[in-house]
Each structure stands twice: as structure tokens, then as C-alpha cells.
Design a protein around this ligand. Structure first.
Ligand code: GLN
Length: 402
């Protein structure tokens, strides 16, 4: 006899997962990066996992935000972005990359580059489309592909310099390819793609008539003379590139959630529609403050890079001293390491040991790979932290013996 329905009848969790939830959402797990921050708080560990600064944002940008609220910029901005911010993004991009965009027809401001990426994917992908993704990859790109209906085709970046095999990349493109997702400077590897590499990718994009979705959020965090070249400035790519960027990393305001996508008019039309129905718009006063930050003089960006270069040196030394094999980044603020020396079965058990027993939180390498085994010997550290935080990490990691 089947039980009679009643409001107090227990609902079977398995049944909910099988029949009542989206199959898409069942295909991925929660973000390991964000989970590690929660674990760091739970175990009172030094958090070198999630990439957010633990130091103050520039005084000018904070003052601009306070002023914007006082000036009553407190209602919805235009859905695709407040005009002063759109103008400032376009002017800065032309100044730094030499490529002009139309602020009226070629930019969409979103709630962080995370939303910009998702809106772009939903705007360009049809079921069955493939996207080429370099691996290891920033973990969001996996769920971005699943939620938009794209099938990812992974191409390996190989240690120690994170180079790719041209034949492997060429073989990943085909008639079903819709886009390649590029992230330079790269999270998690710190690779900065060279002009020659971008030109090789360009040739494939042109040959197969596909977009390059170029996540350039770490554009100003560069070391050892590395230069950031936007795919949009590579000849023939202006109208095939969708540039993703935001305030988070350049101005140390990851919690503000202001990002954008630059794209040719037809693509922008589509991105704006998706964005509008996803979120309507990013926080209006913070867009206003962003417009002011984007006008900071070059000295601001030079200082940012110099400050991070010193933090990179500091953490490289700490990690090498503790027995890690370090892949020194040329950009962004992460260090991928090899943990073979410690003899742990995998990155997850080592990460658990680090956060619970040593008191330092990292991101297990497998979060950046489709197949967990490929990242089983790696963990990622971030160094966008105060000297006190790095010093505390050094003290704790000294207890670690390979
Ligand atoms: N980009 C940062 C990282 O990789 C933070 C990502 C996030 O949590 N939104 O750690």
C-alpha cells in the first residue's frame, strides 16, 4: 500500500535529486575555492586559498563610493552599465591596449566578471557547441560550460613553463567549436600568453570562425617584464574577441562585484539581454566609484605590480623552504606547487592536513582539472595578502617536513 500524501511525510533526498532538481546543477559541485575559505575560518587557518586581498582597498575608491551614495546614486543604473563607467572602461582600454570600443554598443557591465562570463556563454552557446579550454583552468569555466550547454574540450598547459602543444590545440578545434576561453595572465598557473601564442590561437579562431572569450582580470599583475597583450589587439581579432574584466583584482575590491564584457555590437546585444534578465545591473554607486578608479594614473598600476612582485618573492621563498616545488608565476597572484615531496596520496588529503593540522588553507590542484588525478600532485597558494598573513603562514609551514 502506498503511503497517503501528507504534509508531514518525509521527502526522500535521493528522489529530490533524481526527479525534482535540474540535471544541469547536479553535474557540478560547489566551488572548492569558496569552500576552502569557509574551512579556513572554521579551523582558524591562514587563508592562502581564495584569491582576495586581505589588505585595504585604495582610499580614493572608497571615498568615491561613499560620495556616490551621499549623492543619491542609489537607484538602478542603466542595465548595461552606468555611462561614466562604460566611458571610463573604453577610454582605459584604448589607452592601454590601443583598441577602441563604442561605449554605447560594445560593453555590458555585470555583477563581477563571473556574471560577465556566464552572460557571455549563455549569449553565444547553442546545445552541442564546443568550447576549447586550457587546463588547468579557473574552476568557474567548468560550470559555465555546463550551465550554458557547451561541451568543453580541454588542452593541457604543461609544467614547468605551462606551455601548450600546438598540435594538441589545433586538434581541439573543429566544426562544432564555438569559442576558446583564454585567461591571461592565467589563474592558477601564472602563465602570461605571449604575442606569438596569441597569434597561433588567432589563426585557429579565424580558420574555424569562432570567438575568443578572453578573461583579462589580472591584466596589471605582471612580473619580470612580462607584458599583457589583449587578444583584442591581435590583428584580425578585434571583432572575434569578447574581453572580460572587472574592478576586483586591479582595485582590490573583490566584494564589490563590478565587471564587464567588451564585445562587437551583435554579441553585445545578446549579452545585454541575458545580463538584464539575470541581474538587471551591478550596484549603481560602486559603478560610479569604478569610473573614478579607472582614471587612476599609470603610477597606480606600476605600484600594484611592484607590491605584488615583493609578495611573490616572499611566498616563493617560504614555499621552497618548506619543501614545495614551485612554478614561479609571471602574472596574477597565485603559485601552483608540486607536493610530491610530502608523500601524500593526493592533493585533497594533503590540503585537509594543511588546513586542519598545519593551519594554512590552500586550493587542491584537482579543482583546476577535469580529471582529479591530473591535479593530484598540485596545490595552489595565493599571495594577495598582508605581510602579517604571509609571516603567519611562514611560521606554520615551517612545521611541515617533506
Ligand atoms: N578568482 C579568485 C580565485 O581563484 C576568487 C574566485 C571567487 O571566489 N570568485 O581564488
Amino acid at each position: 500500500m502506498s503511503p497517503s500524501p501528507s504534509s508531514s511525510a518525509p521527502v526522500d533526498a535521493g528522489e529530490i535529486a533524481r526527479r525534482m532538481l535540474s540535471a544541469r546543477a547536479e553535474q557540478f559541485t560547489e566551488s572548492v575555492i569558496r569552500e576552502m575559505t569557509r574551512l579556513a575560518m572554521k579551523h582558524n587557518a591562514v587563508n592562502l586559498s581564495q584569491g582576495f586581498p586581505d589588505f585595504a582597498a585604495p582610499a580614493e575608491i572608497k571615498e568615491a563610493a561613499r560620495q556616490a551614495i551621499a549623492d543619491d546614486i542609489n537607484q538602478y543604473a542603466i542595465t548595461w552599465g552606468a555611462k561614466p563607467l562604460r566611458d571610463a572602461v573604453v577610454a582605459k582600454f584604448e589607452r592601454t591596449q590601443g583598441v577602441r570600443y563604442d561605449p554605447e554598443r560594445e560593453i555590458t557591465v555585470c555583477c563581477g566578471s563571473t556574471e560577465a562570463m556566464m552572460a557571455v556563454m549563455m549569449a553565444i552557446i547553442n546545445p552541442g557547441d564546443e568550447v576549447v579550454v586550457f587546463e588547468p583552468f579557473y574552476e568557474n569555466y567548468g560550470p559555465d560550460a555546463i550551465l550554458s550547454g557547451a561541451t568543453p574540450r580541454f588542452v593541457k598547459l604543461r609544467t614547468p613553463d605551462w606551455s601548450f602543444d600546438e598540435k594538441e590545440l589545433a586538434a581541439a578545434f573543429g566544426p562544432k567549436t564555438k569559442a576558446i576561453i583564454l585567461n591571461t595572465p592565467n589563474n592558477p598557473t601564472g602563465k602570461v600568453f605571449t604575442r606569438a601564442e596569441l597569434e597561433f590561437i588567432r589563426d585557429l579562431c579565424v580558420r574555424w570562425n569562432v570567438f575568443c572569450v578572453s578573461d583579462e582580470i589580472y591584466e596589471h599583475i605582471l612580473y619580470d617584464g612580462a607584458e599583457h597583450v589583449s587578444m583584442a589587439q591581435i590583428e584580425g581579432m578585434r571583432d572575434r574577441t569578447i574581453v572580460i574584466n572587472g574592478l576586483s583584482k586591479t582595485y582590490s575590491v573583490t566584494g564589490w562585484r563590478v565587471g564587464w564584457a567588451l564585445a562587437p555590437p551583435a554579441a553585445t546585444n545578446s549579452i545585454r539581454k541575458v545580463h538584464d534578465f539575470l541581474t538587471v545591473g551591478a550596484a549603481a554607486p560602486l559603478q560610479q566609484a569604478g569610473a573614478i578608479a579607472l582614471q587612476f594614473p599609470q603610477a597606480y598600476y606600476d605600484k600594484l605590480a611592484v607590491t605584488y612582485a615583493a609578495k611573490r618573492e616572499r611566498l616563493v621563498k617560504i614555499l621552497e623552504g618548506a619543501g614545495f616545488t614551485v612554478f614561479k608565476p609571471r602574472g596574477a597572484y597565485y603559485i601552483m606547487t608540486d607536493i610530491s615531496a610530502f608523500g601524500y596520496p593526493d592533493d585533497v588529503s594533503f590540503g585537509k592536513y594543511l588546513v586542519e593540522k598545519i593551519g594554512v588553507a590552500v586550493v587542491p590542484g584537482s579543482s583546476f582539472y577535469r580529471i582529479a588525478a591530473d591535479g593530484a600532485k598540485q596545490v595552489r597558494f595565493t599571495f594577495c595578502k598582508k605581510e602579517e598573513t604571509l609571516a603567519a603562514a611562514a611560521e606554520r609551514l615551517a612545521k611541515l617536513r617533506p
